[in-house]
Write a protein that binds this ligand. Sequence first.
Ligand code: GLU
Length: 275
Amino acid sequence: MSTLRVLLAVLLCLLPAGCGDGNPFPEGSTMWRIRERGILTVGIKFDQPMFGFKDPGSGRITGFDAEMARLIAKDLTGSERNIRFVETVSRERENFISQGVVDVVIATYSITPARAQLVSFTDPYYYAGQDLLVRAADTTIDDVSDLDGKSVCTAKGSTSSERLSSQAPGATLEIVDGYSVCVPALMAGRVDAISTDDTILLGLLDQHPDLFRLVRKPFGREPYGMGVRRQDTGFRDYLNGLISGWLRDGQWDRAFKDTIGVSGTAPDQSRPANR
Ligand code: GLU
């Protein structure tokens, strides 16, 4: 081998993908391609504290969904830092997956039969429930049945808006792109409540504990799945293997404790059974 080729081979070994033959995944699979590329691309929320949140100071993405993504990047590329987060609002999730904008969506993404026609979901990695966030001083709303004549803010393309239409038909819905847009509206009295998953509402409550109150009467169960391209059952199966491993080896519990757990919620209702 010429000196130049030896030098090239050494340089190649320094790349995240390693020395070429170090890729342990089946050639051509999504896992193999991500390993070769050295970067995992993840669609996530940027405005949901404790689940997917872009810290305005550091720019770091924090939250339970971000921790799940980091564990995947570590397994695929050897480092949790080999990751690119792409902001993905509720209504964009299916598009971003099918157009290949991201490798996987991890974004408080509930598994539903309609969505499963368009994307492939992993097994549930988290269970949330739909709830209501109201102004602390407002005593008129204590249940979804109190929403007659009230205006409720929620996000486009979410299961939250669909469930409100069926369970609170007397409410006026204010449908926006992301839940953070609802916060100033609730503060200013332009809407009477924000409704979505309790996980998301807990994060918003944490930012304004004196102004808001979480009703804590969940009215619907939301199993979160990771979404990948519809035909990519190989990648889905690989992710399922990782999820069941984290449930067994304590990494799921660690991610919970470091993120949503700081709100004082217990994991009991949210944790899938060990698989
Ligand atoms: N989990 C629900 C959904 O997937 C509501 C939260 C969200 O919009 O991300 O639609």
